[in-house]
Design a protein around this ligand. Structure first.
Ligand code: BEZ
Length: 222
């Protein structure tokens, strides 16, 4: 388990990456950030994930989110693997991966951040990294974390959807319901009274009736 929870300041680690040495907080500046880990370079599922992340990197940029990947190999391996990833995307030779990859060949960061997957080991029996995602806010605090095993690839479009929700709910006292996407109705958070909700949401609040008679399903347009 990582030694930090939602709301904690994300560790300001130093790391070697494909763009040189970074300190995480300096790399992020005032942006949002997404850090996603991979079990190993030159592996099939990871390659499809990185290729998808590269393909939709402009969507992260549009939302002011800096991307950074991590895998437990060297900078040299990452650079060579990046070429495969871009070729997988049918990019012209030489197009760079649009985000850096952290080299964690000693697994120090993976250990510190609770990323190792005990069920997936390399040929020497050493655990590989799981597929973790950390979304970090401009205040450098952890806003979301997800953890998939090495054998299950992630959905990077879902990451964009949750980032849309995180950015909206950081600004407004709303919560986003199941499968929400931008433009859909949102829900008024339970801690707001009806009077407060009426004042905060001039577009109006509608309440769905339920058998309990409790008026907790309150919708509005943000
Ligand atoms: C992969 O990326 O394909 C992978 C890596 C480690 C374990 C299983 C799959």
């Amino acid at each position: 388990m990582p030694g930090f929870l939602l709301g904690d300041v994300f560790p300001n680690f130093e790391a070697e990456t494909t763009i040189g040495k970074i300190k995480l907080h300096d790399f992020l500046g005032n942006s949002w950030g997404v850090l996603f880990s991979h079990p190993k370079d030159f592996t099939p599922v990871c390659t499809t994930e990185l290729a998808c992340a590269a393909k939709i990197s402009d969507e992260f940029k549009k939302r002011g989110v800096k991307m950074i990947a991590l895998s437990i190999d060297s900078v040299e391996d990452h650079r060579s693997w990046s070429e495969d990833v871009m070729a997988f995307n049918s990019e012209t030779t030489g197009s760079p991966l649009p985000f850096p990859i952290i080299a964690d060949d000693k697994r120090e960061l993976s250990l510190q951040l609770g990323m190792l997957d005990p069920d997936e080991k390399d040929k020497d029996g050493v655990p590989l990294t799981a597929r973790c995602v950390f979304v970090i806010g401009p205040d450098k605090r952890l806003k979301l974390s997800i953890l998939y095993p090495a054998t299950t690839g992630r959905n990077f479009n879902e990451l964009l959807r949750v980032i849309d929700s995180l950015q909206l709910t950081a600004q407004k006292k709303v919560a986003t319901p199941v499968d929400w996407k931008p433009g859909d109705k949102v829900m008024v958070i339970p801690s707001l009274s009806d009077a407060e909700a009426a004042a905060l949401f001039p577009s109006g609040v509608t309440t769905k009736e339920v058998p309990s008679g409790k008026k907790y399903l309150r919708y509005t347009q943000p």
